[in-house]
Design a protein around this ligand. Sequence first.
Ligand SMILES: [Zn+2]
Length: 126
Amino acid sequence: MDRTKLRNTGTAELRADLLARHGELSAAYRTAVREAAERQRHRLADGSGDDEGDRGLKAQEREQDLALVDTARQRMAQVNEALDRLDAGGYGLCEHCGAPIPPDRLVAFPAATHCVTCGSAADTRH
Ligand SMILES: [Zn+2]
């Protein structure tokens, strides 16, 4: 068994998974931005006769849209950071016990810095 080769293969697969994830997230981000802009246009277009309550509701909706856009952007940024850390080396190892974090977990949670065991231990502590 060539351990180096195994590790490199794992990294290449993880990178491919993360890049695929990045593609999905940037598509989701663009959709969120477009939909937020569209809804804002509708809200502005239909602004005649707004009373205080309507304006409040619209402001609230606008905030929710922006929060969605922001979440999508953050998730994309997390994948970018994960790819950077992958290049720098040391990505995918648990910060607590040093065990490799399963690639599935990394793709689902690119910002994961703990393995499942240490992660759930941290969750129950807080
Ligand atoms: Zn751990």
